[in-house]
Design a protein around this ligand. Structure first.
Ligand code: ADP
Ligand code: MG
Length: 868
């Protein structure tokens, strides 16, 4: 079969065989064409027309294509959908080709390696990771953001969950694995991280990477780093000079929050949808630079556990708060700082243009002012920051001298380099400009000589410079000197030997100067490259400064306090708030709450009606701990916090995105995760655990879990529950205390006070919430009847569960009889005789033998009976 194909198709098939998992964009003249399967799939994905062409074989070959000048958009589109695209260019001039033009893949674009376009969000990193699996016992991970050059690597010892969690935390878009990795594992990675999987053998070593690799002593680190670098080299086929040395980290240096808990707490991503509004990141991000935004996200992904590091950050936030005016000026300056990290990446990668240089220069020009502002704060720590800022003066000088103020995007059409930077270039430009003057003089001379006032000298691409004379005036031209070139409707165009001679000079000068400008640009880019490490360092310091000013601004505006961190078991939050809910609803509305925990109060069992604020209260404690450990002030009037090593959450089944049968299983898995990994220094939030199964089951499990944590772990735990039976546990478990979120009844309706108080609430207010939700009145009445029956059959009845002191106004007596029944004394019959009869009737109906009309009639008569 193969032999039948034309040579070009054979060439295609060969290249395709080496790029099986990518769409092959095969350059044919002005188009990129796709063939066979690729064409079928791409025509659908990109909604472009599918055609076919002869390829030598009997069957026509499916084909579709996109113009090369608009290919970027299509490629971006495919990448966003998680595909890879291999770009295959003609690598020799078709004019000189013998046989089929040579073609080569010049770049493999993948989700983890895109450098620009829609895939790149200013305030987000785009990470690609490589993994190495050592007997399912330990795992090496290395990852980098190609657009910024930062790289990190770590070894994780333990279960595969650690690996999955780390990859999900990083948010890797692409994961490079060895080709014979366990398929199960790769499937899990795909599912958990929504990442594309790529493969890379690890067989040889580029000299280029020797330096990076030598620094890594452990094999567990060497392997993934090597794999990652090889993959990048293979796919990008260009300089990777901007890759920074890999920063080795250990997971134990940070507070651990597993992936689901991060989701539940909405730290950087919302539970539903894509809108960042409502996340902690959204609240905290007042950064002015893209770099600051990205680093803030990294901080949130990895809260610290080192007391001294946290305190250093807190101190800086405090200093930035104290220097209000400096901070305002700083914000202004930062706004003019472009994305230095990504600019450096583009320079190294070879896709920077002259406008990038201008952005680089403008950014660096802000640095001295930023530095002196920070220095002005006059503190040891701020001085350190100021010292670390490097304005790279030689670079700004160079760019100031060389690059024009408003250069074009294209680097091949001139207009980039300033006069006076290069002597040769100045000479060409002189020739070109003088030539143009000369042409202007010639026009004047010719007009005088011929007496034709309308004579003009023009230029077009086909004939070059010409003299144009209207038809009526042609007769005034001297014979023999003017050679006719073109005839228009009303005019004729001529050339003279003089004109052509000057033209040659001018055009040559223009052409040469454009060529020279391009060379100078490339040379400039190489010079800028030398500054990349210094640029990256400065970028990092600027992003930190940006975060500190952001934290300071928010802490001041929202009245946060500096938390005091310590190693004992005390947790004190006075007037604590849920930072995000408070921001959304406004601080007038929000009811602050205290949270006090210590050796005697290790677990809080939280009861209270639905919608009273149990979940909000629990989350606020976790978010406050996270804010403190990234070095931000916290929403409270006084805060003393222990340093938590881990946070675990299990948030109410009904409130989350996982639905259906597996809910309870997920709930149990998360409970297991917390119970197996939590230590005394962890924080556990269990929100209505056990809700996903039957009452007794759920209650039994909830109790067992509470006991286990109390006896075996001793982690600080907030446990909300709707099982009021559990509130008796405080008698057996000494470190468990009841708290409740209070509510009051007012005119037979429920009023939420959102105030957390000691002691247990003793009744669920479900029915009242249903009432607030405006379920049909008859249904509400019925539910109340059933409730009182149940209470009777349990042999215990409860009066209105809120303590009277919380009721702002007395329960009024004009409430309807039915409502009174609900609050009535134990022995009053809750169900009337008629109602009982009606119930009996309903029970005896044979619905299968009735048509809808009959059913309606019966319903009508029943209703009449109760209504009377
Ligand atoms: P629960 O978990 O008890 O059902 P939630 O914590 O989900 O209740 O809170 C329900 C609603 O009550 C929240 O959406 C919020 O609008 C409001 N809320 C919660 N806590 C407070 C508070 N402290 N102050 C004001 N409103 C609150
Ligand atoms: Mg809740």
């Amino acid at each position: 079969m193969g032999q039948q194909y034309t040579p070009m198709i054979q060439q295609y098939l060969k290249v395709k065989a080496e790029n099986k998992d990518a769409f092959l964009f095969f350059r044919l003249g002005d188009f990129y064409e796709l063939f066979f399967e690729d064409a079928l799939k791409a025509s659908q994905e990109l909604e472009i027309t599918l055609t076919s062409r002869e390829g030598g074989a009997e069957e026509k070959i499916p084909m579709c294509g996109v113009p090369h000048h608009s290919a970027a958009g299509y490629i971006e589109n495919l990448i966003q959908k998680g595909y890879k695209v291999a770009i295959c260019e003609q690598t020799e001039d078709p004019k000189h080709a013998k046989g089929v033009v040579k073609r080569e893949v010049v770049q493999l674009v993948t989700p983890g390696t895109v450098m620009d376009g829609k895939g790149i969000v200013a305030k987000e990193n785009n990470y690609i990771a490589a993994i190495a699996n050592f007997n399912n016992q330990s795992y090496g991970i290395a990852y980098t953001d190609l657009s910024t050059g930062e790289g990190r690597a770590t070894v994780l010892e333990g279960s595969v969950d650690l690996l999955l969690n780390e990859l999900a935390t990083i948010g890797a878009k692409e994961v490079v694995s060895c080709p014979d990795e366990d398929k199960d594992l790769l499937d899990k990675i795909k599912e958990r991280c929504q990442a594309v999987i790529s493969y890379e053998e690890n067989s040889f070593m580029h000299d280029e990477f020797q330096k990076i690799l030598q620094k890594l002593d452990a094999e567990e680190l060497q392997e993934p780093v090597q794999r990652l670098l090889h993959y990048l080299k293979k796919t990008q086929k260009r300089s990777l000079d901007h890759l920074q040395p890999f920063e080795i980290y250990e997971n134990d240096q940070f507070m651990k929050i597993d992936f689901y808990s991060k989701m539940n707490l909405e730290i950087t991503e919302p539970i539903r949808g894509k809108d960042k509004k409502g996340t902690l990141l959204w609240l905290l991000d007042e950064t002015s630079t893209a770099m600051g935004g990205r680093h803030l996200r990294q901080w949130l992904d990895r809260p610290l556990i080192s007391k001294s590091l946290i305190e250093k950050r807190l101190l800086l936030v405090e200093l930035f708060m104290e220097h209000y005016f400096e901070r305002l000026d700083l914000q202004e300056l930062l706004k003019s700082v472009y994305d230095l990290e990504r600019l450096a990446g583009r320079v190294a990668f070879g896709n920077a243009n002259a406008r990038d240089f201008i952005q680089l220069k403008k950014s660096l020009l802000q640095v001295p002012a930023i530095r002196s502002l920070i220095k002005g704060m006059d503190h040891e720590e701020t001085n350190k920051l100021a010292m670390a800022l490097d304005p790279c003066e030689e670079l700004t000088d160079l760019l100031e001298r060389s690059v024009a103020e408003n250069p074009p995007i294209s680097v091949k059409e001139g207009g980039i380099i300033k006069d006076g930077y290069n002597e040769k270039l100045d000479q060409y430009r002189d020739a070109s400009r003088n030539g143009k003057n000369w042409i202007a003089t010639l026009e004047k001379d010719e007009r005088e000589k011929t007496g034709i006032k309308s004579l003009k000298v023009g230029y077009n691409r086909v004939f070059g410079y010409y003299i144009e004379v209207t038809r009526a005036n042609v007769k005034f031209l001297e014979e023999g000197r003017y050679e006719r070139k073109q005839t228009l409707t009303n005019a004729e165009r001529f050339i003279t030997p003089e004109l052509k001679e000057k033209e040659a000079l001018i055009l040559q000068a223009d052409e040469r100067s454009i060529e020279l400008e391009y060379d100078l640009f490339l040379d400039l880019r190489d010079q800028v490259k030398q500054f990349i490490p210094r640029l990256q360092k400065t970028a990092k310091i600027i992003s930190e400064i940006d975060i500190f000013q952001s934290f300071a601004a928010i802490s001041e505006a929202r009245h946060y306090v500096k938390p005091e961190l310590h190693f004992n078991r005390e947790l004190i939050l006075e007037n604590g708030r849920h930072p995000v809910v408070e921001k959304v609803m406004g601080s007038q509305e929000y009811v602050p709450n205290d949270c006090m925990m210590d050796d005697e109060r290790e677990m809080l069992l939280i009861t209270g009606p639905n919608m009273s604020g149990k979940s909000t209260y629990m989350r606020q404690v976790a978010l406050t701990a996270i804010m403190a450990q990234i070095g931000c002030f916290v929403p409270a009037s006084n805060a003393k916090l222990p340093i938590f090593d881990q946070i675990f959450t299990r948030i109410g089944a009904a409130d989350d995105l996982i639905s259906g049968q597996s809910t309870f299983m997920v709930e149990m898995l998360e409970a297991k995760n917390a119970i197996t990994h939590a230590t005394q220094n962890s924080l556990i939030l269990f929100d209505e655990i056990g809700r996903g199964t039957s009452t007794y089951d759920g209650m039994a499990l909830a109790q067992a879990i509470i006991e286990y944590i109390h006896e075996q772990i001793g982690a600080k735990t907030l446990f909300s529950t709707h099982y009021h039976e559990l509130t008796g546990l405080d008698k057996q478990l000494s470190r468990l205390k009841n708290v409740h979120v209070s509510a009051a009844e007012h005119q037979g309706k429920l009023v939420f006070l959102h105030k957390v108080k000691d002691g247990a609430a003793d009744k669920s207010y479900g029915i009242h919430v249903a009432e607030l939700a405006e379920l049909p009145e008859t249904l509400i009445q019925r539910a109340e009847e059933i409730l009182s029956q149940l209470e009777k059959s349990n042999g215990k009845t409860k009066t209105a569960s809120v303590s009277r002191e919380e009721v702002k106004e007395p329960i009024v007596s004009n409430a309807s009889n039915e409502q009174l029944a609900f609050f009535s004394k134990p022995n009053e019959p809750a169900v009337s005789k008629t109602e009982k009869k009606v119930l009996k009737e309903i029970e005896s109906l044979n619905l299968l033998e009735m048509n809808p009309l009959q059913a309606l009639n019966v319903l009508y008569s029943l209703q009449k009976k109760i209504r009377k």
